[in-house]
Write a protein that binds this ligand. Sequence first.
Ligand SMILES: [Zn+2]
Length: 193
Amino acid sequence: MPRMRMGCVETVAVVRWTPTEKVSTAFQLMTAVEKACTCWANETEDGRNTWEGTNEDFNIGDLSLENLSAGQLPGYLEREGIEGLEIKCFDATDTTAGWSYDLLMVDENKIDKNRELLPWPDPKELALKQEHQCYNNCPQCGAGDDDISWDILEADSSPSQKAFCNKCGCEFTEVYKYSHTEVDMVGEGPPQG
Ligand SMILES: [Zn+2]
């Protein structure tokens, strides 16, 4: 993506990605990246702030400064089928056809400035990572035993029981731990020699 500067030096952005079934050509990549960035700017605080910080001209050079492996943007790229995206900008005299450096990655016509931005981190993903203390109750909606269908108790190395909440559809597993030992009958001790 060449950008003319002072008439002779150009800034080039090299875009690399892992072609997938959904995104196999440079054109498809361009469309997918634009869609991902637009949704990111439309739906998230991070995206919106970044986009506004570029005077609403978020281009490939700006995208090259973003962290593509953490935060919310990677999820949007993934959703569009973009894998292994890497962008590097440098001065060069070579040119590459197709993309233009000043190509806007966020389509301002699709930004709804009044929309409510998504909570972050995503509470649904957080719920999956958390350990819950809700014995006999649904970790998602709190439904009690009557609304839960229990699978058989697995009593191998780590006893656990899978369950399904009939109220909200949440699937979860209760994991049990050793509690204590009780003596049921006192033994007579080792035989006397
Ligand atoms: Zn539930």
